[in-house]
Design a protein around this ligand. Structure first.
Ligand code: PGA
Length: 249
């Protein structure tokens, strides 16, 4: 049994005042939900998220983690620091970091390992570009992105979350149809099964890319879609909560 996870990726958005209202609304709206809720906030607001969400059913997390423990790494944030602020989750390998910060799949695997070493649950993002999809290479692209994670963590795969986010659907308003998404989720679960058959049954595979209240129900009903990683719609409490309410599992 995989509990649906609806995770917000705030990206580089927010300020103290806006966040306070959003966190409060998410906290109160989360009561009685079947789905698990989480928000991944910009690092400077982790303390605010901790204060606002502590004692509630909503988890919080970060959007990146350093592969290093401590030291001369200007601008980086270490796993133990995220832990200090009560993070449960950390997003690793988001396509924006892969493309704009040149993060390789090998680096993403190291970040995944570092997250687990600090008791954080990594949300490992994978996904193809439009050109890759049109070339018919979606399955091989996500496999190449996941392979270093499988190799780096052969015994810990059951502790990760995977997010399938087709790059062409992120922030564009273009969503993969439920069938398109399900097809890739099933492929990813098969790839996971080949690496660790026990993990394949328990690892949650989230869909991300323009998930909104009006398409969430159809996506979340698919057998291998275990939740969503929500960008734009996570910035409005009503939309974020409506997505969580659309989950019928
Ligand atoms: P979006 O972003 O929902 O705004 O498309 C999703 C993500 O990038 O995680």
């Amino acid at each position: 049994m995989r509990r649906t996870l609806i995770a917000g990726n705030w990206k580089m958005n927010g300020d103290l005042v806006t966040n306070a209202a959003l966190l409060q609304a998410v906290r109160s709206g989360a009561q009685g939900l079947a789905a698990e809720l989480a928000v991944c906030v910009p690092a400077p607001y982790l303390a605010q998220a901790k204060t606002a969400l502590e004692g509630s059913s909503v988890a919080w997390g970060a959007q990146d983690i350093s592969v290093h423990e401590a030291g001369a790494y200007t601008g980086e944030v270490a796993g133990h620091m995220l832990k200090d602020f009560g993070c449960h989750y950390v997003i690793v390998g988001h396509s924006e970091r892969r493309s704009m910060h040149a993060e390789s799949s090998a680096l993403v695997a190291k970040k995944t390992k570092q997250a687990l070493a600090h008791g954080l649950t990594p949300i490992v993002c994978v996904g193809e570009t439009l050109a890759e999809r049109e070339a018919g290479s979606t399955a091989s692209v996500v496999e190449a992105q996941l392979q270093p994670v499988f190799a780096e963590l052969p015994d810990q795969l059951k502790h990760i979350v995977i997010a399938y986010e087709p790059v062409w659907a992120i922030g564009t308003g273009k969503t993969a149809t439920p069938d398109m998404a399900q097809e890739v989720h099933a492929v990813i679960r098969k790839q996971l099964a080949a690496a660790d058959s026990a993990a394949a049954g328990v690892v949650r595979i989230l869909y991300g890319g323009s998930m909104k209240p009006d398409n969430a129900a159809d996506l979340l009903t698919m057998p291998d879609i275990d939740g969503g990683l929500i960008g734009g719609a996570a910035l409005k409490a009503a939309d974020f909560l409506a997505i969580a309410h659309a989950n019928q599992k």
